[in-house]
Design a protein around this ligand. Sequence first.
Ligand code: PLP
Length: 311
Amino acid sequence: MWSKPYATTDPIIPVHAAATALQYAQQAFEGLKVYRTVDGKVSIFRPEMNARRMQQSAEAMYMAPVPTDLFIEACELAVRKNIDYLPPYETGATLYIRPILFGTTPKVGVSPAQEFEFCVVVTPIGPYFPAGFGTTPFIINRHVDRAAPLGTGQWKVGGNYASSFRATEPAHEQGMGVLFLDSEEHKYLDECGGANIFLVKDNTYVTPLSQSILPSIINDSLMTLCRDLGIRVEQRKIPVAELGTFQEAASCGTGAAISPISRIIDPDNGTIYEYGNEAGKICQRLYQAIRDIQYARVPDTHGWCHYMAAQ
Ligand code: PLP
């Protein structure tokens, strides 16, 4: 039984030292964005998808799922209370919503909690590309797996991220992102540390099918937009050996929507797959299409914008 959500300005959450969240990483989180649209409205992008994904993460972590209505009510409350921090339309900046769910029951014996806390924090974030579409190099890592074949990769749980820092941090220090491979054979593309990947050839959008990647809401949206725009979509296993055949590559997720990849480096054999230092044509078309919907510059034919009452 969940209590009614309430607002607080206190960012400190008192948690028992033996809470299962701290002891056993019994935790899940989400990330979504609020946009001030071109006509001055306040729109959250597809929050019911994040609610559903958090319910799946909760079930996987043996936690009580947060009902969709409560999830959206709490997000709206946090946005309403912080509406002064929602950046204006022209800035390209947004308000980021971070819902968190965790086990609070103190347990020294290894077992799940009976009580859970769900909270939502928000923070304004600047535009991902302040000066045009930038590109980023990526490096394949075969020595750290983000997720085990039957592990937790498909859920948004903190442990997946903590365990991949040892791959992502050294790469970030060199200005690169990490491309993880399937952990069973290290033969197929999985995903990036915090985003899905897609590649393009011959008017076809190709994105990995894998049990251990997080189902990205932006990737799902882009696949729908591809169908609108007459771009073919393939969701299938992508062997590393196929990388040389693509014309464009990009990571996709809530942060940047689309972040074009300049090159993918395979350090184990010295191969470099080049995709150019500028966003490709299909990346540009998709970026324009999704941003136009998020900022309500075009009709929202898929019903993705969740408008809040006048703010
Ligand atoms: N993959 C991982 C591991 C992520 O952390 C994220 C970010 O949430 C994504 C993919 C992209 O998902 P979304 O498009 O829902 O933001």
